[in-house]
Design a binder for this molecule. Structure first.
Ligand code: ADP
Ligand code: MG
Length: 463
């Protein structure tokens, strides 16, 4: 019928605009490398902030003692404690607790958010028991993973540049986030000091390096997306401080804000951006990460309903509700292997209140999920390729044995199998068989938590 043909035309056009042929991915990777150079050359030289982390040494395995970490950056925050036993004993014991952040605190005041966090931290410290050994007479020390763009002023201080993802707390912008946390911690009499402030990518890099000395970069694919890597200090023209002894400096790219004319953007992406909390910002993130993928699918379905009566004469009202279709639900539909696509049917019914969908319609929904996930996955691979190029690790010399490992973390990477598989195979495709043998991607499970604790240890006030 005419309706079906119109719906298919919308789908085909979308698919077309989302195309990521290998040539385009190479252009994206090259653009990433160019922007990395520009961001390192001068402050504000690029959309990529290429933030200096003040981390010039990564964990060696010698770290010892009891350390805490706190991970704030998405819908949940986690508190972690870990007893480190040095080279021989490594991680002796670890415990964590996860607390979901009340949505009103994500757009309220700085004080309310940090009071809530300090309170949860104090409760967690109170449950410290068997197997954890605080050093007598010493303050407990904490690595603070704060996954938003921060202008670091030292390893343990930094001011918030802007919020991303679902957060928007105006009075915290341009404040020292460690200062804000410390105020709340002192208010309730908790005796603890932040000795490292890091981004989740840096934490993941540190955690990854602790387990594997070949780790040179880390990428987060979760609610948002970002990357960090180890740069040679003399390749950072905007750094005017002393050259670190190690000769290295970890850079937080803030690659979620990458944008390029080579990115395949559609009218749906433009609308999503315009209606977001941060229009014009985080364009790469908005086509790749878990916060947004489901909503892109919803937007296309909505258009098909409006302009081709895809779901019948009335447009299902729920289709108009922003973010109602979450990426985990999209992923569940995408992975549906039942012959009648039962999962797709029930998700459409339960979430969007669309019942009686035919198998043919369900197949279209799966195809749509595939288009959106594949674009995101292939573009993340292109981003990683850009980083490898910057490091000169996209080629191998005759007889070279050097391995490069990229540590990956985040719920999208961890749980969205189609996404992960596509990302990894695209990276191989970009590298070619020979080079691909020298590069691997490793899941760094909760690298960000352990990593922050390790960095808290190596920057302890008692060293
Ligand atoms: P954060 O990025 O908030 O620190 P995570 O790394 O745990 O936290 O990532 C959570 C995100 O991962 C969710 O917002 C969601 O987008 C995505 N995610 C979680 N589970 C799944 C899933 N089963 N399929 C696809 N994406 C998922
Ligand atoms: Mg996280």
């Amino acid at each position: 019928s005419g309706r079906w043909a119109r719906a298919m035309a919308i789908l085909r056009e979308f698919e077309d605009k989302c195309g990521t042929p290998i040539g385009k991915l190479r252009q994206v990777a090259d653009a990433m490398t160019v922007e990395m150079h520009a961001g390192l050359a001068s402050e504000g030289g690029s959309k990529l902030k290429m933030l200096i982390s003040y981390v010039d040494n990564l964990p060696t395995g010698d770290e010892q003692g009891l350390f805490y970490a706190l991970d704030l950056g998405g819908t949940n925050f986690r508190v972690i404690r870990v007893q480190l036993g040095g080279k021989e004993k490594r991680v002796v014991k670890q415990e964590f607790d996860e607390v979901s952040i009340p949505p009103n605190l994500m757009t309220g005041t700085s004080e309310a958010l940090f009071d809530f966090i300090a309170e949860a931290l104090a409760k967690f410290v109170a449950t410290e028991g068997e197997g954890f050994h605080p050093a007598p007479g010493r303050q407990r020390e904490l690595g603070f993973t704060f996954s938003f763009p921060v202008w670091q002023t030292s390893i343990a201080s930094g001011t918030l540049i802007k919020w991303t993802k679902g957060f928007n707390i105006e009075d915290a912008v341009e404040q020292d986030v460690v200062g804000e946390l410390t105020k709340s911690v002192e208010k309730i009499g908790l005796d603890m000091r932040v000795t490292a402030l890091v981004n989740d990518t840096i934490g993941t890099l540190a955690g990854g390096r602790y387990h594997n000395q070949d780790v040179i970069a880390a990428v987060i694919l979760g609610t948002g997306t970002n990357a960090a890597y180890v740069e040679r200090a003399h390749a950072i023209p905007k750094w005017h401080g002393l050259l670190p002894k190690s000769g290295e400096m970890v850079i937080n790219m803030e690659w979620g804000n990458f944008r390029s004319s080579h990115l395949p953007l559609t009218e749906y992406d433009q609308a999503l951006d315009a209606e977001s909390l941060n229009p014009g910002d985080q364009i790469f993130e908005k086509i790749i990460s878990g916060m947004y993928l489901g909503d892109i699918v919803r937007r296309v379905l909505c258009k098909m309903a409006e302009e081709a009566s895809f779901f019948g004469d009335v447009v299902p009202p729920k289709l108009k509700v922003p973010f109602i279709l979450r990426t985990p639900d999209m992923s569940a539909m995408h992975h549906d292997t039942s012959p009648d696509l039962r999962v797709v049917g029930s998700k459409l019914k339960d979430i969007l209140e669309i019942s009686n969908t035919s198998l043919k319609m369900r197949k279209v929904v799966v195809a749509l999920c595939d288009i959106v996930a594949t674009r995101g996955a292939r573009l993340s691979a292109a981003g990683i390729m850009g980083v490898l190029k910057k490091l000169g690790r996209d080629t191998v010399k005759e007889g070279e044995k050097q391995k490069s490992v990229v540590a990956l973390d985040g719920g999208l990477y961890e749980h969205y199998t189609e996404f992960r598989t596509s990302m990894e195979s695209t990276l191989k495709e970009l590298l070619g068989d020979e080079v691909a043998e020298h590069i691997s991607v490793e899941h760094s499970n909760d690298g960000s938590g352990i990593g922050a604790a390790l960095l808290a240890a190596s920057h302890s006030q008692y060293l």
